[in-house]
Design a protein around this ligand. Structure first.
Ligand SMILES: C[S@@+](CC[C@H](N)C(=O)[O-])C[C@H]1O[C@@H](n2cnc3c(N)ncnc32)[C@H](O)[C@@H]1O
Length: 261
């Protein structure tokens, strides 16, 4: 699969996220990302369970959203990300609010170089793994820094709905009728244009199939505890009717895995 990663490597990914960082941080600070704040964020937080006192590494922490959620709940958190630009925003927030989070610039595929052996009770990763240039290496590396019995609780964009071709068919009034997807088996890097009134930037992610993902997770040595396809709560859809589409098709896939030895 290495040839499919051509042109999509740590350097290009770092560059894209550095360029995206200010806009991404501004969008988060606006509080308008209700998919995150009212839907997949709370779902992944719930999946983590009780984290008080745990030593947690948040991988692909970006501007620190999930690291802060874990720290708020009493965990001792370290965040690692490839992009100094994204981390600069995490550090800025840390300087003002002091969650006690340690941030580190680094590659998820090389965690053993930064941490001494297996040392984390839990690794979390919020919508970052699919953006990594070498996902199998990142999963092996995460496995190696967990204590035996430690968990990886991660979310990714759902590989079955986030395909290289993906478009909502709408009726004349703009109502979403159905999601058209295609090219599911076309593995490889895909460009994403993020566009809103606040921002416009491009990043890349690696599209893989569901079977690829589970093959990589098992090859890395993880035991699967559970998988989840979260849907928004009725109250969230009532508050943000746009969220209704996420109760019709699976947008996110979450897994709870364990290092068994
Ligand atoms: C979509 S953002 C998610 C950030 C954050 N977890 C959040 O929920 O806002 C993906 C992040 O993954 C990071 N990333 C991509 N490849 C990485 C790698 N190999 N090692 C560490 N971080 C990586 C990017 O720099 C970016 O900050």
């Amino acid at each position: 699969m290495a040839d499919r990663f051509e042109g999509f490597d740590a350097q290009s990914v770092r560059g894209e996220w550095n360029m995206a960082a200010d806009a991404y941080a501004a969008a988060q600070a606006s509080g308008r990302d209700y998919y995150r704040l009212d839907f997949f964020g709370p779902a992944q937080i719930a999946l983590c369970g009780e984290v008080r006192g745990l030593k947690i590494l948040d991988v692909g922490c970006g501007t620190g959203y999930f690291a802060r959620e874990m720290a708020r709940r009493g965990a001792f958190v370290t965040g690692v990300d490839l992009s100094p630009g994204m981390l600069a925003h995490a550090l800025e927030l840390e300087a003002t609010a002091q969650f006690g989070i340690r941030y580190l610039t680094g590659d998820a595929a090389r965690l053993k170089e930064y941490f001494d052996g297996d040392c984390f009770d839990m690794v979390t990763s919020c919508l970052a793994l699919q953006d990594m240039p070498d996902i199998p290496a990142a999963l092996r590396s995460i496995h190696d820094v967990l204590v035996p019995g430690g968990r990886l609780v991660a979310s990714i964009t759902h590989p079955c709905s986030d395909t290289p071709f993906r478009k909502w068919a709408k009726d004349g009034s703009g109502t979403k009728r159905w999601l058209c997807i295609d090219r599911y088996f076309e593995r490889g890097p895909v460009k994403y244009l993020w566009k809103d009134w606040l921002y416009e930037f491009t990043t890349s992610a690696y599209h893989a199939t569901l079977a690829d993902w589970f093959g990589w997770l098992l090859d890395a040595g993880f035991a699967l505890r559970s998988i989840h396809e979260p849907t928004p709560a009725a109250a969230a859809v009532k508050a943000h009717p746009d969220l209704e589409d996420a109760s019709r098709v699976p947008y996110f896939l979450m897994f709870d895995l364990e290092r068994t030895q």
